[in-house]
Design a binder for this molecule. Structure first.
Ligand SMILES: Cc1cc2nc3c(=O)[nH]c(=O)nc-3n(C[C@H](O)[C@H](O)[C@H](O)COP(=O)(O)OP(=O)(O)OC[C@H]3O[C@@H](n4cnc5c(N)ncnc54)[C@H](O)[C@@H]3O)c2cc1C
Length: 371
């Protein structure tokens, strides 16, 4: 069995930020990720970020990822890629499956004094007739194909969901040469930020509000050839006679994310249900510590938000873990946390942010019940 002071599961923005924060205090940090490249969702995000300079506004997600990766090297974070956390063995002991260079795998158990679970989120599905046909995929999968693997998933794309992911991925597919034939949205208004919606509208993409997909139809090869969409009434019920056939070869589903809670739940962490943050999620306190002492969560695992909040939650967890291990004094930790919390609060201002801040307050209150 391997032993470390800190184990961080997931090298997305939350895990990377936490590892830098903790390792620069002198803590011994092992950061693992199941992918062959660290960065999580950041390496798909080719657009520039919003917000203030403190939140890397104006920098493309992919470049933020590269900068953070450099920092992990400078502060001595130990990084294991192609390594998946698959279960727990005992208290604070996590079973990892590591792919070796010869293509075989080995199981390694790591015991750590502090563990951060930063496994991100998983995409929600919508099940309509034909949803398992080749050509129906998550918008995240389409974004990975186009921005990371440089492969167009199809030529005529129908996007389901008009939140930020649906809007951004639609635009990126168009930049890569695909024709986005429409965006279908069950709600009566667009869910994402106006700035993303404006780009889509200017490009002339039809947005079908109060609509859903009724079924997808296969061609002679069993692949998507069209979709039938239908208008919904005020109770989200299909209105007969409003069906429209849309010619498409790919249907991307962008209907929200939910926190990945498998590993935290195996570690004994209790979950609460907060719909605004994706549903079931680990309860935690203001320091990102869960009901199990020494087990922390951050980023989308701790409630689905954005990369900027994921980074600050990761930093908060990193400082808290280093403090518990004695690498930071009470005063040093308090100073660092104050700065991070001020930034997080700034991110959660405005109508979208306020809703998220209230939801976060509810999960923290839920955590207090279990102390
Ligand atoms: C399609 C899409 C587009 C988005 N676009 C934007 C955007 O434009 N701007 C923005 O601010 N936010 C965007 N987001 C949201 C943002 O990317 C996330 O909020 C952010 O990446 C969350 O960071 P994270 O570190 O929590 O998770 P992630 O970035 O998802 O990283 C989690 C990491 O954990 C690893 N992992 C998971 N399970 C295991 C396991 N068992 N063992 C080992 N490793 C594991 C994964 O491989 C991944 O690398 C987007 C999200 C999606 C899905």
């Amino acid at each position: 069995m391997e032993k470390r002071e800190i184990l961080i599961i997931g090298a997305g923005p939350a895990g990377l930020a936490a590892s830098i924060e903790a390792a620069q205090t002198g803590a011994q940090v092992l950061l693992i990720d199941e992918n062959d490249t660290p960065g999580g969702q950041l390496f798909k995000q080719i657009h520039k970020f919003f917000g203030s300079s403190k939140h890397k506004a104006g920098t493309r997600g992919i470049n933020i990822g590269k900068q953070m990766l450099e920092q992990t090297k400078e502060v001595g974070v130990e990084l294991w890629l192609n390594t998946t956390a698959v279960g727990t063995v005992g208290d604070k002991q996590v079973a990892l499956v590591r792919k070796k260079e010869d293509g075989t795998s080995e199981t390694v158990v790591v015991e750590a004094e502090e563990i951060l679970v930063a496994c991100g989120g998983a995409e929600n599905a919508v099940n309509f007739e034909g949803w398992t046909l080749p050509g129906v995929m998550g918008a995240g999968a389409a974004q990975t194909m186009v921005n990371v693997r440089r492969v167009l998933p199809g030529k005529k794309i129908l996007m389901v969901g008009s939140g930020n992911v649906g809007l951004i991925v639609s635009y990126q597919l168009m930049q890569a040469g695909a024709n986005v034939v429409g965006i279908v949205e069950a709600a009566p208004k667009i869910g994402g930020y106006c700035v993303h919606a404006g780009k889509i509208r200017r490009a002339g993409v039809p947005v079908y509000l109060s609509h859903t997909v009724l079924h997808a139809d296969p061609d002679e090869n069993g692949e998507v050839k069209d979709a039938v969409i239908v208008q919904l009434d005020d109770h989200f019920q299909p209105i007969a006679g409003t069906e429209k056939k849309i010619d498409c070869d790919t249907i991307c589903i962008a209907t929200g994310l939910r926190p990945q809670i498998k590993i935290s739940t195996l570690l004994g962490v209790k979950n609460g249900f907060i719909p605004e943050l994706g549903g079931w999620m680990p309860i935690h306190d203001e320091n990102m510590e869960t009901n199990v002492h020494g087990i922390f969560v951050a980023g989308d695992t701790a409630g689905v938000e954005e990369a900027s909040t994921a980074m600050d939650e990761g930093r908060l967890a990193g400082v808290s873990m280093a403090h518990q291990l004695g690498h930071l004094s009470d005063a040093e930790a308090a100073d660092r946390k104050k700065e991070i919390v001020e930034r997080l609060e700034a991110l959660r201002l405005g109508p979208f942010g306020e809703r998220r801040q209230n939801a976060k307050n509810r999960i923290v209150a839920e955590g207090k019940k279990h102390e």
